[in-house]
Design a protein around this ligand. Structure first.
Ligand code: ZN
Ligand code: FE
Ligand code: FE
Length: 177
């Protein structure tokens, strides 16, 4: 039974540790599927940062004297599944890029919310020495999200809007002749 803010804090660290790892595994597929070079770079850069987020949560766990493993973040599972669906169903090019951006930004928002809350709880619990670690990651998640917005509004959304539908498959037509 989770009956203290400290236990809830520990559980949320574990949840986020698992979320970071799931995103870390999913991001190379998103980078590979992206066409826009700025988007590819933005995701590649964030993969490197995310490795640091995992390490920081390991440091936080060490401080808390807990193991960060053992929890599955169901929200991240859903977000990753949704992204995978787009990779399978959206035509490669700017429209898929727009889909990848919204998925990546949903991931960032989940993390931004989680780190923001952990910082508030850590402060409340007097765990001041881990606040800078959490804050550093929060700043990087925020910057990643802002970077994705710039890629979207800078080029991808307009290009996606200009994408022409592929000529419909000739199914049915042949039989009418
Ligand atoms: Zn992260
Ligand atoms: Fe979660
Ligand atoms: Fe992130």
């Amino acid at each position: 039974m989770t009956d203290t803010l400290q236990k809830l804090f520990d559980d949320t660290v574990k949840d986020l540790y698992n979320a970071e790892k799931q995103f870390l595994k999913a991001m190379p597929k998103m980078a590979k599927a992206a066409t826009n070079p700025q988007l590819k770079t933005a995701i590649a850069d964030h993969i490197k940062q995310t490795e640091g987020h995992v390490t920081r949560l390991e440091e936080v766990s060490k401080f808390l004297e807990i193991k960060p493993t053992g929890k599955v973040c169901k929200a991240a599972q859903g977000l990753v599944e949704e992204a995978q669906e787009h990779l399978e169903e959206v035509a490669p090019g700017p429209v898929l890029d727009a889909a990848i951006i919204v998925c990546a930004q949903k991931n960032e928002h989940y993390e931004i919310c989680s780190y923001g809350t952990l910082i508030a709880w850590a402060t409340q619990l007097g765990l001041n020495s881990i606040v800078p670690l959490l804050q550093q990651t929060l700043d990087e998640e925020t910057a990643a999200n802002d970077g994705l917005s710039k890629v979207a509004t800078g080029a991808v959304n307009e290009e996606a809007d200009a994408a022409k539908p592929k000529a419909p498959a000739a199914k049915g037509k042949a039989s009418l002749k």
